[in-house]
Write a protein that binds this ligand. Structure first.
Ligand SMILES: NC(=O)c1ccc[n+]([C@@H]2O[C@H](COP(=O)([O-])OP(=O)(O)OC[C@H]3O[C@@H](n4cnc5c(N)ncnc54)[C@H](OP(=O)(O)O)[C@@H]3O)[C@@H](O)[C@H]2O)c1
Length: 253
């Protein structure tokens, strides 16, 4: 199937590792020009060098989405350098944590305001060109009560609601908005890699609940994100796709 991504201009926030990196790789391979970011300068530099091997225009520099002015300037610069934006995928996340109010502030700033500021930055150019695709990343921990009470799950849940609202508001301008909720995904240097080494019982319990007997890979989530981002998903708008190997114990009406 041709995804129709060749020549599209995509912005991915949080693309230095894991699902973001895997998504950037698919989009580059499919012929997209890319602007990527993360906080780590070395991480972004390495990712840009790696992605350029596919032959498209790939630009990137480090920014923290919590630094409002710098982040907004980065977004404006990315849109200008790419010459527009057809695809936006804001992926960066606070990663959770509980125990004090600071986690709520952190999750709100990274998991909610990160995507909000990015969407606000790209809507004018998408509206002008009457085309665009936005994929927000939530989590299965938003739809089911997993782990202890914490801001991450609640903040991610808000993206599912907001994504639908955006889809209804901007569909008339040819802009599609969809949400992907990954189940547990394991990769070297990622959260589940850390949990495997530090919380063995929790890791083993989660693994036991996987119908396919393993956690997911970044590529398995990235393929779903790339499809929804692409013109091949032209009739998908306002959807919420759970990609979890069947992990969540409910039917998704
Ligand atoms: N992995 C899972 O099991 C899982 C499950 C469900 C949902 N998700 C969601 O899927 C997305 C990707 O998760 P992941 O596990 O693949 O990757 P991750 O380890 O959460 O890393 C995400 C990326 O975002 C960047 N980032 C983090 N904080 C940032 C900030 N404040 N400003 C700018 N960039 C920032 C990171 O690079 P730097 O550290 O260099 O900034 C990294 O490139 C997240 O939204 C996560 O919540 C993941």
């Amino acid at each position: 199937m041709d995804l129709g991504l060749t020549g599209k201009k995509a912005i991915i926030i949080g693309a230095a590792r894991g699902i973001g990196m895997a998504t950037a790789e698919i989009l580059a391979r499919e012929g997209c020009d890319l602007a990527i970011t993360a906080r780590s300068e070395d991480g972004v530099k390495d990712a840009v060098a790696h992605l350029r091997k596919y032959g498209t225009n790939v630009i990137g520099s480090a920014v923290n989405v919590k630094k409002e002015d710098a982040y907004k300037a980065w977004l404006a610069g990315a849109i200008e350098e790419l010459g527009g934006c057809d695809v936006l995928i804001p992926i960066s996340s606070s990663g959770g944590g509980m125990g004090s109010e600071k986690y709520w502030h952190n999750a709100f700033e990274v998991d909610v305001l990160g995507p909000v500021r990015a969407v606000e930055a790209v809507l004018p150019t998408m509206t002008e060109h009457q085309t665009g695709s936005i994929v927000l990343i939530a989590t299965t921990s938003a739809g089911e009560a997993m782990g202890g009470p914490q801001a991450y799950n609640a903040m991610k849940a808000s993206l599912v609601t907001w994504g639908k609202q955006l889809a209804l508001a901007h569909g008339k301008d040819g802009i599609r908005v969809n949400v992907v909720s990954p189940g547990p995904v394991e990769f070297e240097g990622g959260n589940w890699d850390m949990i495997k080494g530090t919380m063995e019982k929790f890791y083993a319990g989660t693994l036991r609940q996987q119908p396919l007997g393993r956690l997911g890979t970044p590529e398995e989530i990235a393929r779903a994100i790339a499809f929804l981002a692409s013109p091949a998903a032209s009739w998908c708008n306002g959807s919420h796709l759970v990609v979890d190997g069947g992990y969540t114990n409910r039917t998704h009406f």
